[in-house]
Design a protein around this ligand. Structure first.
Ligand code: URA
Length: 241
């Protein structure tokens, strides 16, 4: 048994607030009854829930946060290399995939789930989800580098969107980007004349890497964290500027 609003949110109909609105608008029925509330308890294995007349088949999703170690590739299957799935001992991994990728030598926050709808919303370029990294360089950043990072850097095939440097100390910076192009940070830094010697993702949307996770350790996301990710997937218009 579970609450109707939780069932709808889990089924991809938006945040708890949004699904409450659907219920208020009488667009949701339980066994063809319209008189339902967000708190109505439903049996997800037996009751027939419809939204706008279409029945919803309940699927349970799994959401995991991994502190990816270097040396492991962000793929689900590989005959040669160790993959992130090899780190997920104890998780039923069928259908799960990473929300975005980290390079083999990068570390840090990776969300792994089988919720394709949410992945699509979070990864689609129009949703502008922040990704924050701790970046270590071989040579110190200059004021001019900071200006270029904030304005956008011309790479061979595209110009990066404005990015934010939050903290920096000579060769170490916290950099937030909203894109996720191949080797993006390494390429940005190379264009400025620096090599990245260490790279760790510390934030995805509003979700921070749980620093209590050692490298290679994982944990399930809490209900609040899943809701937070869903809200990040709805934020379309907030761009770094
Ligand atoms: N940018 C990179 O260059 N590598 C990563 O792993 C992530 C962002």
């Amino acid at each position: 048994m579970m609450r109707l609003d939780k069932f709808l949110a889990h089924s991809g109909f938006g945040t708890r607030k949004e699904v409450k609105q659907l219920i208020k608008e009488y667009r949701v029925t339980v066994n063809d009854q319209m008189n339902v509330k967000d708190k109505t308890q439903i049996d997800e294995t037996a009751d027939i829930i419809k939204v706008d007349g279409a029945p919803i088949i309940y699927e349970t999703y799994t959401y995991v946060m991994l502190n990816k170690p270097a040396g492991v590739i962000s793929a689900t299957d590989d005959c040669v290399h160790e993959t992130i799935m090899d780190c997920l001992e104890g998780v039923f991994v069928k259908g799960m995939f990473p929300f975005g990728r980290l390079d083999k030598d990068s570390e840090g926050l990776l969300i792994i789930s089988n919720d394709g709808k949410l992945a699509h919303r979070l990864l689609s370029p129009k949703h502008h989800v922040d990704k924050e990294y701790e970046v270590h360089l071989d040579t110190p950043l200059t004021k001019d580098d900071l200006r270029q990072i904030a304005q956008g850097i011309q790479l061979k095939d595209f110009t990066t969107k404005p990015a934010i440097v939050k903290e920096y100390d000579d060769c170490i910076l916290h950099l937030t980007i909203q894109e996720g192009k191949f080797h993006q940070i390494k390429r940005m830094m190379e264009a400025l004349g620096h090599n990245v010697v260490y790279l760790k993702r510390i934030r995805f949307g509003d979700l921070w890497l749980d620093e209590s996770l050692d490298l290679g350790e994982w944990r399930y996301l809490s209900e609040d964290e899943i809701q937070q990710l869903r809200r990040n997937g709805e934020q379309q218009h907030e761009t770094i500027s």
